[in-house]
Design a protein around this ligand. Structure first.
Ligand code: TEU
Ligand code: CA
Length: 540
């Protein structure tokens, strides 16, 4: 089937189901809650919803530990609810993107429950085992959420490998029977009308633990091409792989225009720029702004006509961008709009994470209010290592994943209108000031700014096609670039900081050109940019 590449003009909205909308008062978001908010998303103008996992799961890692890939977890609803969501969204021209977690399953999945029964069990080889001695793991590999990556199973006198939690045993992709089961499952969901897939830590499936290789294992692209040929290429889907180990050369393989692998990947080079080099995200460092410009420019340049970029600031693992690189106190609205302009002006498919369109902020809780396995593990691990509580909390406030997972703020009623029950995680205390009801009523809000940006991408082809060129590379406060296609050119100007700075329009621009969007209502004289000021000029 010839791919239409509809996703080149699309904007995707990510929903974290647990925290979006609760419809039955148990304090946990669910599928019927999402169905109730489809008109809100229609109003925003997005084309597809990336749904973080809703399949059956003991929720050790909030659903990224699946125990049945063909069933919906009762906390989110039923298969019928999922089919209704796909149908209702479809009637609003919104496609549903499912989250495929194929690097590991839950240890409560039938496959693993069988696998750990005996070495002869037909499912044993669906996982990664090594003979060994108790207390002496095969090597010193660490798991991402802390601790050893090897778990001892006394009844088998073997260890199994897990890159994430102990309850997320890694799947053995070398096993063709496992791969076939996965392909059948994906085709089964494609039959149900899903519009695409996000693939969790997909560049870690070809692991070689004996060689301490996790990302970019030798057979990775062989597996991905087989996966795509057996499933995705039989449909007109969007597919996006999460690839922490990607660079531009690998991304040209992943997003090769021949469609042999994915539509695009999520790469994170622009995300790791505020941590100390060769240390963990918790080891904070100020953002290297010039590096940020260089990284974005490289990806725009390198993938032009050879691949395709994803564009994102936020997701369910990352702190909220307006708090991280904007100013969520004195310039929340202006800086949120600037960051949106900067990102949505570039070539690629933009992703909006729930609440980003409202300018939602990070939430600084006490440790007792955090729920994320990664956050709770690092807290205790660093306490044991003698770190000060305040310092650990300071890191968690800045980088913890629960910053993204506090309930969606719909209005100023109790629990921000998210639930009539007790939310599974605390609501951010600023919900009375920041919520969808208020933002939709205020034409000058962050919501309406995102809506306008999405509309521009649908109106002007240059957003999808235009060649990117970075301007003022050495400028310490300005992120400016052009997008050029036949007969049309854009100039995107962003003041990335909160101070007023002198500014002259680049050569060839007079300031009389059409302004498509700006985050200050009245246009200033042309010789300065106000705090976090952003504009997009267009000339035909
Ligand atoms: O995330 C991959 C991943 O590596 C992140 O967890 C990362 O370690 C960190 O949190 C980012 O700062 C994916 C999913 O997005 C994440 O939610 C899951 O926890 C993880 O895989 C395991 O499935
Ligand atoms: Ca619920």
């Amino acid at each position: 089937m010839q791919e239409s590449k509809w996703w080149k003009n699309a904007v995707v909205y990510q929903i974290y189901p647990r925290s979006f909308k609760d419809s039955n008062g148990d304090g946990i978001g669910d599928l019927q809650g999402i169905i109730r908010k489809l008109d809100y998303l229609k109003e925003l103008g997005i084309d597809a919803i990336w749904l973080s996992p809703v399949c059956r799961s003991p929720q050790d890692d909030n659903g990224y530990d699946i125990s049945d890939y063909r069933d919906i977890d009762s906390m989110f609803g039923s298969l019928k609810d999922m089919e209704e969501l796909i149908k209702e969204a479809g009637e609003r021209n919104i496609r549903i993107i499912m989250d495929l977690v194929l690097n590991h399953s839950s240890d409560e999945h039938l496959w693993f429950r069988e696998a750990r029964k005996s070495k002869e069990n037909p499912y044993h080889d669906y996982y990664v085992w090594r003979d060994g001695t108790e207390g002496l793991p095969p090597n010193d590999m660490r798991a991402c959420f802390g601790g050893s990556a090897w778990e001892w199973v006394p009844e088998l006198s073997q260890y199994y490998f897990h890159q994430f939690s102990v309850k997320q045993p890694d799947l053995n992709w070398e096993n063709p029977k496992l791969r076939q089961e996965i392909y059948d499952m994906i085709l089964w969901w494609m039959e149900k009308g899903v519009g695409g897939f996000r693939l969790d830590v997909i560049d870690q499936i070809a692991k070689e633990p004996d060689l301490k290789i996790t990302n970019n294992g030798p057979r990775l692209h062989e597996y991905i091409r087989e996966l795509s040929k057996e499933t995705f290429r039989k449909g007109d889907l969007i597919t996006v792989g999460e690839a922490w180990g990607a660079n531009t050369e690998l991304a040209k393989l992943y997003s090769n225009p021949d469609g042999s692998e994915f539509s695009m990947v999520f790469q994170f080079e622009h995300i790791n720029l505020d941590q100390q080099p060769d240390k963990e995200k918790w080891d904070l460092a100020p953002l290297d702004f010039l590096k940020l410009k260089q990284v974005f420019a490289k990806w725009q340049r390198e993938l032009y006509r050879t691949g395709w970029n994803s564009l994102f600031w936020n997701n369910h693992d990352l702190p909220r961008i307006v708090s991280r690189w904007g100013n969520d106190k004195d310039y929340r609205e202006k800086s949120a709009k600037m960051l949106a302009t900067l990102l949505h002006g570039m070539q690629g498919t933009p992703y909006i994470y729930q609440g980003e369109e409202l300018g939602m902020t990070n939430a600084e809780f006490g440790i007792e209010d955090y729920r994320d396995i990664e956050t709770l593990n690092v807290y205790h691990e660093r306490l044991d290592k003698g770190y000060q509580k305040e310092d650990i909390l300071n890191s968690i406030h800045a980088k913890g994943r629960d910053n993204a997972r506090t309930p969606m703020q719909w209005d100023d009623s109790p629990n921000a209108g998210f639930s009539e029950g007790t939310p599974w995680i605390r609501v951010n205390g600023n919900y009375r000031e920041i919520n969808a009801k208020q933002e939709m009523a205020d034409k000058g809000s962050v919501f309406h700014y995102y809506k306008k940006l999405i509309g521009l991408r649908k109106t002007y082809e240059v957003f999808a096609d235009g060649k990117f060129e970075l301007l003022l590379e050495e400028a310490k406060d300005i992120f400016a670039y052009t997008r050029t296609s036949e007969g049309e050119k854009l100039l995107i100007i962003c003041n990335f900081h909160e101070k007023e700075i002198p500014f002259l329009l680049p050569e060839g621009w007079s300031g009389k050109e059409e302004i498509l969007i700006a985050n200050y209502n009245e246009i200033a004289e042309t010789e300065k940019l106000r705090p976090y000021e952003a504009r997009i000029y267009r000339k035909a």
